[in-house]
Design a protein around this ligand. Structure first.
Ligand code: GLA
Length: 394
């Protein structure tokens, strides 16, 4: 569904339910990540960008403390009073929002009730960060409507904290940061230690980015995401004990990890190996991107996939199949699973004009092998969470 249609249908739903026009509209995008996976919580660098798949929010103030949330796509509603103590409930989508509001309350923000209708074009559980887009869109809207004066960084951090406290996924900062800080045709190089960032042109010349959605759904509450975090935290503690100069994975070398192979044990050794290599790969990828060396960028993407699959073990058969299927296709320079893993999309760097042919051939092989229908998304890189001011077309 196109952006305009998403906006129109969200507004129409608001009008139908509340018999009035929404006061304001907000859009909050999903994200891709070119490279730098599972390193945002390991003091690494990441290279994400916001994409043209969004949550759209149609909102009015209620002049009371009552909030009404309407999830149009799920056909569900939830009402609560801002004065009440907020606690996680048994509807996951509500928790993303309550977690954000709880953060605003804890920061002493003066907020009042809202009527919120939302709908989205970001596929859920596809590794495109629909949850971050939801959290950040809500935080952005409250900030705008009640003039809270929160910085973009604070909005991203509030989104992340909501996920930690009300959802239970101890995620890094990449997804929320990308959703809020996205810029048209730019990728963000984010230093996850300092949260310093700069933008690099997302210019791939004769190549385009294509997402292949395995249609294997996942939630990081049960996927193994939190376990990976525990494993690498433990690994780092051991490394620090032997090398007191190491403060984070950023200071850690491959030699150190190799030297401690026995002590770390097979699993923790492979997890740490991946992190150290991936932190370096992102820096190499930025150089390759700046030099328009897309062959090199593609190779790094393949290497990342190999590491995610064999060392970090967050891939799955379906994602491995999608990447292996394009490995020897001359029109594909690079591919890898994207996001937290255990399902979701692969991101592919594909020669422009050859995408449809590729989609057709992989779709068929994928169906034959797994009996699952593949989905493909040709994405554009867009701006982050924002208020939408245009007149709504009827
Ligand atoms: C999920 C998390 C992010 C990040 C990625 C893996 O999307 O929300 O913080 O860790 O996985 O790179």
């Amino acid at each position: 569904m196109k952006k305009r249609k998403l906006i129109q249908s969200t507004v129409a739903h608001f009008q139908k339910l509340f018999h009035s026009e929404p006061e304001a509209l907000f859009l909050s995008p999903g994200r891709i990540n070119i490279i730098g996976e599972h390193v945002d919580y390991n003091d690494g660098f990441v290279l994400p960008a916001a994409i043209n798949k969004y949550f759209c929010f149609a909102i009015s103030k209620t002049n009371s403390n009552e909030c009404t949330l309407i999830a149009k796509d799920l056909n569900e509603a939830y009402k609560f009073d801002l004065e009440e103590e907020l606690k996680p409930v048994d509807k996951m989508w509500v928790n993303y929002i309550l977690g954000v509001i709880q953060q605003l309350k804890e920061r002493g923000c003066k907020i009042r009730g809202l009527q919120i209708v939302f709908s989205s074009t970001i596929p859920i559980g596809a590794g495109l960060s629909s949850s971050a887009a939801l959290e950040c869109g809500i935080a952005y809207a409250f900030n705008d409507l009640f003039e809270l004066g929160l910085s973009k960084e604070t909005i991203a951090l509030i989104g992340q904290k909501s996920e930690h406290t009300f959802v239970g996924v101890i995620c890094g900062i990449m997804d929320q940061f990308a959703s809020v800080f996205g810029q048209k045709n730019k990728v963000i190089k984010l230093d996850c230690t300092t949260l310093q960032y700069d933008y690099h042109p997302a210019s791939f010349k004769n190549y385009s980015l294509l997402l292949l959605d395995s249609n294997v759904k996942h939630t990081h509450l049960t996927s193994g995401y939190n376990t990976r975090r525990e494993e690498v935290e433990y690994g780092l503690t051991l490394i620090k004990a032997y090398f007191p100069k190491v403060h984070s994975f950023r200071d850690c070398t491959l030699e150190m990890v190799e030297q401690l192979k026995e002590t770390l044990g097979d699993i923790i050794y492979r997890r740490c190996l991946f992190v150290v290599k991936e932190i370096q790969r992102v820096q190499d990828a930025v150089e390759a991107l700046e030099a328009s060396d897309f062959n090199q960028l593609g190779q790094l993407m393949f290497q990342t996939h190999q590491g995610l699959s064999k060392e970090y073990e967050v891939s799955c058969d379906e994602l491995d199949f999608l990447v292996e299927s394009v490995q020897n296709v001359p029109t594909v320079l690079g591919a890898r699973m994207m996001g937290g893993g255990f399902g979701g999309c692969s991101i592919n760097l594909v020669q422009k004009g050859t995408e449809n042919e590729l989609i057709a051939s992989i779709t068929e092989h994928y169906r034959d092998t797994f009996g699952i229908e593949l989905k493909a998304y040709k994405i554009k890189i867009t701006e982050g969470s924002h208020r939408y001011y245009d007149k709504i077309a009827k």
